[in-house]
Write a protein that binds this ligand. Structure first.
Ligand SMILES: Cc1cc2nc3c(=O)[nH]c(=O)nc-3n(C[C@H](O)[C@H](O)[C@H](O)COP(=O)(O)OP(=O)(O)OC[C@H]3O[C@@H](n4cnc5c(N)ncnc54)[C@H](O)[C@@H]3O)c2cc1C
Length: 517
């Protein structure tokens, strides 16, 4: 079965994925006058990792739940355009409980203010300076140690977890100290605010809103339940194959699959992606995150926005969020889990997970019996082959050059997603910004082929000896790699004898002249 794009004229663009990146790219192309596009998505809905779930009649977010860095963030503007309902998160409203059920908020605050906070400030200044001086990368952990932060207790662990793992879904040893500067989006959008979405239509309401502006209901250019298996470059064009043996041909393709999907080789490329592209994809990180929601008949927990559990085991149900505070009367309690714990949990069944959660709540609440929840939601992103994780993270040692390779197209195959923006990677608005950039690149390329993005060449490919006089001079090298070898200056024996005799006579003349009175 073969399917070409639409009946309209102009180059054909296939957009793979109908999450924030895919829908934004399609709309941007539409706004530039291109209508010959098709969007394919393997799931039965628009939204991707923005997905609401219903629990006991209340809508909560199973994927992205925040608009980070509100302010002048374009995503914030879009949210307002579609009247999305949200509240500003209050990270100061918390209580900390330990594994004896004791309230240890004072100890938390003291250690936070006297030790963690100064070290975190030190890290941020150090990171800025290191970038200005173009220093090599380091781990966030090493800078925190230099700033005097050395976690020693369960309370210290939860301080760190709340401030770092809770945002990055990785601990500080797995985060680039140089590139993962946390304030960048907030500085860019002039704000300190994160906005928690609380809308009965779900966060994905804004994606449906964007669609309504350019895709009439039932438009055939949006095709759901189409799982892409193979992207093939043939004779200057691209053919995309789906699981149901449908093929689509196009002049340009925009891949918006998550980094996790690309890392798992769920989609085959022919010819295979170049080595530099595979390096760039596999060396970046896909963070794992799970939001689990429990609804109880009665609310038994404290009335703060966050309940932090200083467990003896780091990353063991540390961050609980009181959803009842934003969705009043919902009696929903939510816990976030990150990293390896997600891998472990996604292998357990729902009953096993709930059993663990109730045991933890029992410990947090001093041995009190915790009732079974009346409803729950356990979204599993990591084991879903359409997602394979939550969002991207910049690991230590990952260079800017490799990051540029991650953004770069491979011939007419372009890439957009939450790994696609230097300062806003990992966020919904990172996907948005990266899709706008890719649509712009394709537009430029269509208008004038000499404006197409230049083929990416990783730095290591063009490093070599740059000294023209060297034996191994490499005219293509842009950066010297210290490998130059030079021809030794060899003087023939006869020339050497003349040269030495000449030196002898000159020295003798000088000596005689100096001793004549
Ligand atoms: C639990 C969780 C919490 C998060 N919290 C936040 C948050 O609070 N704030 C924030 O800014 N970000 C958050 N994120 C990250 C954010 O959701 C993503 O960065 C963003 O939604 C990515 O959008 P995208 O369009 O780039 O990718 P996606 O949303 O992943 O879209 C890609 C699309 O491709 C489709 N697809 C994949 N493989 C195939 C295939 N083989 N064939 C066809 N279709 C395929 C998928 O179905 C998907 O619809 C969170 C993510 C998760 C999972």
């Amino acid at each position: 079965q073969k399917d070409t794009a639409t009946q309209t004229q102009g180059p054909t663009v296939l957009i793979l994925g109908a999450g924030m990146a895919g829908i934004t790219a399609a709309k941007a192309l539409h706004d530039k006058g291109y209508n010959n596009f098709i969007i394919l998505d393997g799931s039965n809905r628009v939204g991707g990792r923005i997905k609401e779930v219903t629990i006991g009649g209340f809508t909560v977010e199973g994927g992205a739940a925040w608009i980070h860095a509100g302010g002048t963030n374009p995503l914030h503007m879009i949210a307002n355009r579609f009247n999305l309902s949200y509240v500003t998160s209050n990270y100061e409203d918390y209580i900390v409980l330990d594994s004896k059920g004791q309230v240890v908020t004072n100890e938390f605050d003291k250690r936070h203010d006297n030790s963690f906070d100064p070290a975190f400030k030190f890290y941020k200044n150090y990171s800025k300076e290191a970038r200005n001086k173009q220093k090599p990368d380091f781990t966030m952990r090493s800078a925190l140690l230099m700033g005097g932060w050395n976690p020693r207790s369960a309370v210290d662990d939860v301080i760190e977890f709340f401030n770092i793992d809770n945002s990055y879904s990785y601990g500080p040893e797995a985060i680039s100290g140089l590139h993962a500067y946390p304030d960048e989006p907030y500085e860019e959008f002039n704000t300190t605010d994160d906005l928690t979405v609380k809308d009965s239509r779900g966060y994905s309401h804004i994606l449906r809103g964007l669609c309504s502006e350019f895709l009439p209901d039932g438009d055939k250019r949006l095709r759901l339940n189409e799982v892409v298996t193979h992207i093939e470059q043939i004779d200057g064009g691209i053919v995309v194959h789906t699981k149901d043996n449908v093929t689509y041909s196009a002049d340009y393709v925009i891949v918006t699959f998550s980094l996790g999907v690309l890392q798992h080789d769920d989609v085959r490329f022919s010819p295979p992606l170049p080595f530099w592209k595979r390096e760039a994809i596999n060396q970046f990180q896909q963070a794992l995150l799970m939001h689990i929601y429990l609804q109880f008949a009665e609310k038994f927990w404290d009335d703060h926005e966050f309940l932090l559990y200083a467990s003896e085991r780091r990353n063991y149900y540390n961050i609980w969020q009181n959803v009842d505070k934003t969705l009043s009367g919902s009696k929903i309690f939510q816990v976030s889990v990150v990293g390896d714990e997600v891998r472990r949990l996604e292998r357990l069944n729902d009953t096993e997970i709930i059993h663990e959660l109730l045991s933890v709540l029992m410990v947090m609440y001093g041995g009190r019996r915790i009732p079974q929840p009346v409803a729950y939601a356990i979204p599993r992103w990591y084991s879903d082959p359409l997602f394979r994780g939550a969002f991207s993270n910049w690991p230590p040692g990952y260079t800017l050059d490799t990051f540029n390779g991650l953004q770069a197209p491979v011939d007419k195959i372009y890439f957009a997603g939450d790994y696609g923006d230097r300062h806003n990677y990992g966020y919904v608005h990172g996907s948005y910004l990266s899709a706008l950039r890719v649509a712009e690149d394709i537009d430029m390329c269509i208008r004038n082929p000499s404006f197409c993005v230049e083929p990416f060449r990783p730095k290591y490919d063009v490093r070599g000896c740059t000294y023209q006089v060297a034996k191994n001079y490499n005219a293509k090298a842009k950066e010297d790699d210290g490998s130059c070898t030079f021809v030794k200056c060899q003087i023939s024996a006869s020339v050497s004898i003349y040269y030495e005799t000449y030196l002898f006579i000159i020295s003798a003349v000088f000596i005689i002249l100096s001793i004549i009175p």
